[in-house]
Design a binder for this molecule. Structure first.
Ligand SMILES: Nc1ncnc2c1ncn2[C@@H]1O[C@H](COP(=O)(O)OP(=O)(O)OP(=O)(O)O)[C@@H](O)[C@H]1O
Length: 305
């Protein structure tokens, strides 16, 4: 097998005790060294279950996961030392401070005391947490805790990161910080990053390959640009207007009524010019035209009947 493959997942199945339907249903995929791989899917699709199996926190009902060519259940210590995992729910120890959490994690991952202190300072800078360094974890806001859990996953520079929704609860400025830092880690240190996200628009700028889960099945996998070509060559026109005064549109256009004052229209390329020319801009507050995004791809695969 290709030596750059880090994770090789074959026919993975997970059925929780007492349930009949599998939450992961014969999933096979490979993840290579240096990739940023995104896992997308709707709520309950089985994403967190999949990554928890990848870090040995859940046993699989069938199939197997290899890490660097070895079944992960036979090398739990290797996985633990090489994969920084950020769970969706808090794994942080509540009575430590931020700085202590980072220091102890780096030290447990094999750094000397001095190295761990330096790593702690570096991470506080990198994640803009210097001002909160002595705050107890128990008193952090949802967003602060999310950033800390990310920094904890990264402490000691493990070569692989698995992040379960790293940008949830974050304000736009910190969301950007996360995507910038992840891209930088990938480019400068070659860190392999596997992440679950619902932030499809932002993720598109970072991820190189995506897997889309639906009801436990892997329904699409590939580079976003390749998948988009297969799915949708249409453009999306978003219209915004006063909810009480909807615009009159050319009869042949089919509109999705997204919310009061917001409609979405899918257009073929050849329809753009004539449609825009016929829009009465006095009836519209704003409009935006998009080519297919990762979010459209996700909606196509993950939610359509
Ligand atoms: N410990 C458990 N025992 C039984 N069922 C579980 C358990 N954990 C998760 N499930 C169920 O498995 C399904 C998949 O859950 P999972 O958390 O993997 O989905 P997800 O894709 O990560 O969802 P979300 O985007 O909402 O986080 C859900 O129906 C969930 O209720």
């Amino acid at each position: 097998m290709d030596s750059s493959v880090i994770y090789n997942i074959q026919e993975l199945v997970k059925v929780y005790p007492g349930q009949s339907r599998p939450v992961n249903d014969h999933i096979s995929l490979q993840i290579c060294q240096g990739e940023i791989f995104g896992i997308l899917g709707d709520n309950g699709a089985g994403k967190s279950t999949l990554v928890r199996q990848m870090v040995n926190l859940l046993t699989s009902s069938a199939g197997q996961i290899e890490f660097w060519g070895k079944n992960i259940t036979t090398i739990p210590h290797v996985v633990q030392m090489n994969v920084g995992y950020m769970p969706q729910e808090s794994g942080a120890v509540k009575n430590l401070t931020i700085a202590e959490s980072l220091y102890f994690t780096a030290h447990l991952r094999g750094m000397s005391r001095r190295g761990a202190r330096q790593e702690c300072d570096r991470l506080l800078q990198q994640w803009q947490m210097v001002d909160w360094r002595d705050q107890p974890v128990a008193r952090l806001s949802g967003g602060q805790l999310r950033l800390l859990r990310l920094a904890v996953a990264i402490a000691g520079s493990p070569p692989v990161l698995i992040l379960d929704e790293p940008t949830n609860d974050l304000d736009p400025q910190r969301r950007r910080l996360v995507w910038d830092n992840l891209r930088q880690l990938n480019q400068e240190q070659g860190t392999t990053i596997i992440l679950i996200t619902h932030d499809a628009i932002e993720a598109e700028k970072a991820i190189q390959r995506v897997g889309i889960l639906r009801a436990g099945k892997l329904v699409a996998i590939g580079r976003p640009s390749d998948l988009k070509r297969q799915v949708d060559r249409m453009l999306r026109l978003e219209l915004f207007f006063e909810p009480e005064k909807p615009p009159v549109l050319p009869a042949e256009l089919n509109c999705d009524h997204c919310s009061p004052g917001h409609w979405r229209v899918f257009l073929e390329w050849h329809q753009i010019e004539s449609t825009l020319n016929r829009l009465d801009l006095t009836q519209i507050d704003d409009f935006r035209l998009y080519s297919a995004t990762l979010e459209d791809l996700y909606l196509h695969y993950a939610t359509q009947p």
